[in-house]
Design a protein. Sequence first.
Length: 252
Amino acid sequence: MTITKELEWIGMQKASEAVAYALKEMTKYAQPGMTTKELDNYGAKILSDFGANSAPYLTYGFPGYTCISINNEFCHGIPSDTRTLKEGDLVNIDVSAELNGFWADNGGSFVLGEDINQHQKLVDASKFILMKAIANIKGGVRISDIGQLIENEAKKRGFKVIRNLGGHGIGRSLHEQPDDLLNYKDRFDQRRFQKNSVVAIETFISTTSTYADTLNDGWTMIGNKGGYMAQHEHTIVVTAGSPIILTEMNGI
């Protein structure tokens, strides 16, 4: 969406606050021995307290309120009563929601407890690359140039990007134009970021894979060549200068 009036600005701020607070609190709440469904229920309660509705549940009938992916699961992991978090797990939580007709999205990967499996370097790279990408976005900048920046920064650190996942426009629904804000340079993509538009910028930084495949459960995605992936995401408003990060509260 493009923000054209105060009502839209306030609506996006409130929806973004709900998802950002939920993500931050879920990250703090996660601990070894907890099931991913317990963690999901905790996030669902936070969203409910804001009056917000889970976006994946509302839009796609997703079997959970948030997406929680563990270790080799790249994204869209289904919360489960039988999946237990363990020390050193690479955890990704993606929280998106609708509040009073406005939609916001954010996500983050983190290492649970001690980094016994050496995932922190990947997590730090994803987080840094997201913030560098956002810092270079303003009205008139080519979308593909940001994709190139993300891939170049990943390669510098010995990582790859997932080529079939990307960010997207957001605001009045979960996925809007511009869609497919990819993590690499598509030379055929001539689109530019538009001032006052709202977009969800995401990094998909991986150790070995370049594509994500969907498992038989119809949701969970893993790498085509295995390995691990870290994702970080903010909902932002594009301006003539530095973007406004609506989900800044999540602490990424």
